[in-house]
Design a protein around this ligand. Structure first.
Ligand code: AMP
Ligand code: TRP
Length: 344
């Protein structure tokens, strides 16, 4: 085996004094710069301070129809991507949501404690159901499964981009309602946003979030994009007719590029203005493209190596499932018992 994997029982979340963080990402093709800055990169940092649990949300993925071969390959690619980005299966618990049936089981219990009107108000449901009026029911009950993901692990913090705020809020509400009806069972989770980069905007329409579901591939940068393509996309990014590199409220396109630069360089907005004083947008964009490329290149190399390590990926999935099941079991039983089920 090319990699060392700690025995799953050595990662002890229950005994640790650290706060527990849980997050998940859907397998839906390559990840964008938005996913990277808003989620995955902050997850790798969190490994130093939290007991981290990360899932590949492959059950959520089928709330919009997916071809089986596409689902299979995107789960595999996402696993290799997360590992290549620095999520360590020795430090964190990393698993596939579908391998731990406790999630769908608790999801059902939560659905039965949720009102129709609550789910109808979810903005993600409203926008996705408008895109296709023949949507499956899973798209509607999606927040209950997400709440189950979070609540199964005694989660303290949920690191996500701001687009997930309403779903985390829902998880808190359903937990609170369950606790007051059936007795103290779930811990109430808090959403946790990255200081910078919680919402990276489209490069072509800065009023919308960067998303790979956009029809225009120039609007997003993918983690797997080739260096030349990254340069081309940044050069074509919408700014305005000014020439000062300064974060000014209302300057959508330029502000978004400054935020990206700040996230990757660690410099504040003021330091960036100072660095580019007297230099035009062209110089700023070239430098920005360079730092994105130098952040992504080592990850791309590591990804190419890992995707060939079939046995290692298989072991990660198996070990992740075993550990997650062990952790999830007591909470599922507690919730079932509280509701009046016979728990043998
Ligand atoms: P998704 O690709 O929608 O499954 O999102 C996975 C994670 O990336 C979630 O935590 C999102 O909040 C985050 N995310 C997605 N798009 C962006 C974006 N444009 N900016 C910041 N975070 C994002
Ligand atoms: N719904 C999240 C998204 O689309 C993914 C997700 C599923 C998630 N379960 C979760 C995020 C639990 C945080 C916690 O981005």
């Amino acid at each position: 085996m090319i990699e060392k994997l700690t025995d799953s029982s050595e990662i002890s979340f229950a005994k640790s004094a650290r706060r527990i963080s849980f997050s998940a990402i859907q397998p839906s093709g390559a990840i964008t710069l938005g996913n990277y800055l808003g989620a995955v990169r902050s997850w790798t940092d969190l490994q130093r301070t939290h007991s981290c649990i990360f899932a590949i949300a492959d059950c959520h993925a089928v709330t919009v129809p997916k071809e089986p071969h596409y689902l299979r390959s995107s789960v595999r690619n996402l696993l290799a991507t997360l590992l290549a980005c620095g999520i360590s299966p020795d430090e964190s618990l990393l698993f596939l949501q579908s391998t731990v049936s406790h999630h769908t089981q608790l999801g059902w219990l939560l659905e039965c404690n949720t009102q129709y009107g609550e789910l109808r108000r979810m903005t993600q449901f409203k926008s996705k159901s408008q895109q296709n009026e023949n949507f499956g029911v899973g798209l509607f009950t999606y927040p209950c499964l997400m709440a189950a993901d979070i609540l199964l692990y005694n989660t303290d913090d949920v690191p996500v981009g701001t687009d997930q705020t309403q779903h985390v809020e829902f998880a808190r509400n359903v937990a609170q309602r369950f606790n007051s009806r059936f007795g103290e069972t779930f811990k109430l989770p808090e959403p946790m946003f990255p200081k910078n980069g919680a919402k990276i905007m489209s490069l072509t329409d800065p009023s919308r979030k960067m998303s790979k579901s956009s029809d225009n591939s120039s609007s997003y940068i993918l983690l797997c994009d080739h260096a030349d393509l990254i340069v081309q996309k940044i050069k074509g990014a919408v700014t305005d007719s000014g020439n000062q590199i300064k974060y000014i409220e209302g300057k959508g396109g330029l502000n978004n590029l400054i935020v990206i630069y700040s996230c990757l360089s660690g410099l504040s907005f003021e330091q960036i203005s100072f660095e580019f004083e007297g230099k035009g947008y062209g110089t700023f964009k070239s430098r920005l493209a360079e730092i994105i490329v130098s952040e992504f290149e080592p990850i791309q190399r590591e990804y190419s190596r890992l995707i060939e390590c079939a046995d290692y990926l298989e072991t990660c999935v198996r070990r992740g499932a075993e550990s997650a099941r062990k952790l999830a079991q007591p909470m599922l039983e507690r919730a079932m018992y509280a509701m009046g089920y016979w728990v043998p």
